[in-house]
Ligand binder design. Structure first.
Ligand SMILES: NC(=O)c1ccc[n+]([C@@H]2O[C@H](COP(=O)([O-])OP(=O)(O)OC[C@H]3O[C@@H](n4cnc5c(N)ncnc54)[C@H](O)[C@@H]3O)[C@@H](O)[C@H]2O)c1
Length: 263
């Protein structure tokens, strides 16, 4: 018996086999879940190929996969309508997407952030969680309740030099999750975030000072090491599973105890 047997949901954010979403899917599937996926659309189809290849590496052939730019209402409408049409209901949504113009993710660049870069970062990285929750509620996609989960980072709580506007977006994401948790709680839909330690992904490579973040983790975290994608994936299993039915509006740090240390 798997912890997630009989549960089905959708994962946003697999770019390749280093993505947090990929590790989360690996662990969800290992515990019995069925996953649907989206990829960021692009003219040449490169994103779809990479996403499909990464999914297939997990042993999932012929995946349920749709294009979705989460800043476009029509893309989100199409994805959630298709989920409703194909399955009637789902049990979980994994939000593992973020974007900020890398030009502003350099050390000492926060004060140069333009209005457009700020708005874009908050739209892609935070508003989209609300947009997903809105569709889940409107379409009554989780009639028996369910779990929504988004990926955050410590830079949303404290200043991590170079993380800059993405830190503002993570603060907004974490609090969006709490407000959503409050309103959707009446429908037994839980909304939580995981604050994951740094992981070498495409998105992370855009952050100036990311190498220092890995070094800090090794020197200063309670466990004196970095974390793995699998560790975040297993926490996602907990949050999606019925082991956590009383947990909502939480931000769980999977950071080897980095955030508890004040030095
Ligand atoms: N890597 C880290 O160190 C780290 C640490 C903590 C939290 N996170 C968070 O984890 C999540 C996943 O990032 P990752 O590190 O796995 O990097 P990644 O580059 O593998 O994934 C980011 C994903 O966001 C998607 N995306 C960007 N703009 C989008 C849009 N408009 N519509 C739909 N999808 C869009 C990309 O296609 C990609 O799949 C992000 O929220 C990120 O901030 C990452």
């Amino acid at each position: 018996m798997g912890l997630l047997d009989g549960k089905r949901g959708i994962v946003f954010g697999i770019a390749n086999d280093r993505s947090y979403a990929w590790f989360i899917t690996q662990e969800l599937v290992a515990h019995g879940a069925q996953c649907c996926f989206t990829h960021l659309p692009d003219d040449k189809g490169k994103m779809e190929r990479r996403c499909r290849q990464a999914i297939e590496e997990l042993g999932i052939t012929d995946p349920w996969l749709m294009p979705c730019d989460a800043t476009k209402d029509e893309d989100l409408d199409a994805v959630f309508a298709k989920l409703k049409q194909d399955f009637g209901s789902i049990d979980f949504v994994i939000h593992s997407i973020a974007f900020a113009d890398r030009q502003f993710l350099q050390l000492d660049y926060f004060h140069k952030t333009t209005r457009q870069a700020w708005t874009q970062a908050l739209d892609v990285s935070a508003y989209t969680l609300l947009a997903m929750g809105q569709r889940v509620a409107n379409l009554e996609l989780m009639p028996k309740g369910g779990s929504m989960l988004a990926m955050s980072y410590y830079g949303g709580e404290k200043v991590c030099p170079g993380y800059n506007v993405m830190g503002i977006a993570k603060a907004a994401l974490e609090h969006t999750a709490r407000y959503l948790a409050y309103e959707l709680g009446k429908k037994a839909i839980r909304v939580n975030t995981i604050s994951g330690g740094p992981l070498r992904t495409l998105a992370a490579s855009a952050v100036g000072g990311i190498s220092e973040m890995f070094e800090h983790m090794e020197r200063k975290s309670a466990m004196r090491r970095n974390i793995t994608g699998e560790e975040v994936g297993r926490t996602a299993v907990y949050l999606v599973s019925d082991l956590s039915t009383g947990v909502t509006g939480e931000n769980i740090h999977v950071d080897a105890g980095f955030s508890i240390v004040g030095l």
